[in-house]
Design a protein around this ligand. Structure first.
Ligand SMILES: [Zn+2]
Length: 429
């Protein structure tokens, strides 16, 4: 067997052209049309969360403009070949005419001056000089001003492509001179399909559950997902199983987390703490447990409003069923209150010397509160008692009525005490 150098999957399967770019069809089509009609904007601004393919798209645009095999403006669109000198140089970030800069590390006016120094000179071996500036929002005000002068009247042979995760930090003067594209987060099912195709190409069998977990953990980023997949391939001996991926990511078992939610909602404080400790001893990070809890309470709420269909794509069948079952036992009001409490606890758990004790305190608080009936239930309960009381007043002797007074449910009493000042309107007044 010949030793082959391992190429990381994110690099090996980095899209080379628009057709290979997943999840950004609309943007790809618009830019392809512009290239076809030779109506290419002077500056493009690509926005989106990390890992959605902004830099990759920028390089694809640069290739499409400068590929030796492409004739621009002949009314046809041709994907860049990825084989000519220009394409290869751009792919390896060493093209003499495509200049890249990361504004995260070079924010000053002198950096910008250095970059656009040769802006007036024609490209050496390409159609265009393309300037790609990543994380452009990091530029200083002076740097933006320096850039603006060129953006206002760029030479014909110059194109700018900016990428950013924080578009709000870009001055309006720059924004108004760019054609903006918002790259969308890639959906878990799109990622899942893509990762499956990669596994097929790599001849690595993978369980459906494992694919779903990786796609979910990637949080919309192809690059992050591919890194995880790479790791899973290295980690597995033959096929990639769900258990292996869970173990690898240090992911909490969703069913275990759901059990924890269920215990909390039932007010089973001790059992909930025991469950938490089991997870903790098993190596789970308190902050991750809390994040899962927040996600899961959100998911359960989606079930209550019939909006959970999309979860089928990111969860296994068993998990989906477990969510569905638990949701039927819960009320939207309680779920929403618990979600708020969990969310507030996020700061407490992440900013303390002992995250596990902060999480314990939070769960105790929730177990005590979640079990208390929702105010609506309470009003119903009180109305029922009052009604009964009135019936008794008519039909019973004063002695019998006296004996019926302490009939208030201890839970109801608890909530009356919990909301001091709360008044229940009775028909007596
Ligand atoms: Zn080419």
């Amino acid at each position: 067997m010949d030793e082959q150098r391992h190429i990381p999957l994110p690099l090996k399967y980095r899209p080379n052209n628009f057709a290979e770019l997943i999840g950004q069809e609309l943007m790809a089509q618009t830019i392809k049309n512009a290239i076809k009609l030779n109506r290419i904007a002077n500056a493009y601004l690509l926005t989106g969360v990390r890992g959605v393919g902004k830099t990759t798209t920028a390089r694809i645009i640069a290739k499409a403009l400068n590929c030796n095999e492409v004739t621009l403006g002949n009314g046809e669109f041709k994907e860049p070949c990825s084989k000519c000198d220009n394409c290869i140089a751009i792919g390896e970030s060493r093209s003499i005419d495509v200049l890249e800069m990361d504004a995260a590390s070079r924010t000053g006016i002198s950096d910008i001056r250095e970059l656009i120094d040769g802006v007036q000179y024609a490209p050496v071996s390409s159609n265009y000089k393309v300037y790609i500036i990543d994380e452009v929002h990091m530029l200083s005000n002076a740097a933006f001003n320096g850039l603006l002068k060129t953006l206002e009247e760029p030479p014909k042979h110059v194109k700018f492509i900016f990428a950013t995760t924080e578009v709000r930090k870009i001055p309006a003067t720059i924004l108004s001179r760019c054609q903006r594209y918002d790259l969308k987060r890639i959906e878990p099912h799109e990622l899942s399909d893509f990762f499956k195709s990669i596994c097929d190409k790599e001849a690595v069998p993978i369980e459906d559950g494992a694919l779903k977990i990786i796609s979910r953990a990637a949080e919309g980023s192809v690059r992050d997902g591919l890194s995880l997949l790479d790791q899973a391939i290295a980690y597995s001996e033959s096929n990639i199983t769900e258990a292996l991926v869970k173990d690898m990511i240090g992911l909490n078992d969703p069913i275990e987390i759901l059990n924890l939610v269920s215990l909390l909602m039932e007010g089973q404080t001790l059992a909930a703490l025991e469950k938490l400790n089991l997870l903790y001893e098993g190596g789970a990070d308190p902050l991750l447990i809390l994040r899962d809890l927040i996600h899961f309470v959100h998911y359960l709420t989606l079930f209550k409003v019939d909006a959970a269909e999309s979860l089928k794509l990111s969860h296994t069948e068993a998990e989906f069923k477990a969510f569905e079952e638990l949701a039927t036992k819960l009320q939207v009001g309680t779920l929403s209150m618990v979600w708020q409490m969990l969310h507030k606890g996020l700061g407490e758990v992440s900013n303390t010397f002992s995250p596990i004790s902060a999480l314990e305190m939070l769960l105790i608080r929730i177990a005590y509160t979640a079990d208390i009936p929702h105010p609506n239930e309470l009003i119903e309960e009180i109305s029922r008692i009052i009604e009964e009381d009135e019936t008794l007043a008519v039909e019973t002797t004063p002695a019998q009525k006296q004996s019926s007074v302490p009939k208030i449910d201890p839970k109801v009493q608890e909530i009356i005490d919990f909301f001091p000042g709360a008044e229940v309107e009775t028909s007596d007044n």
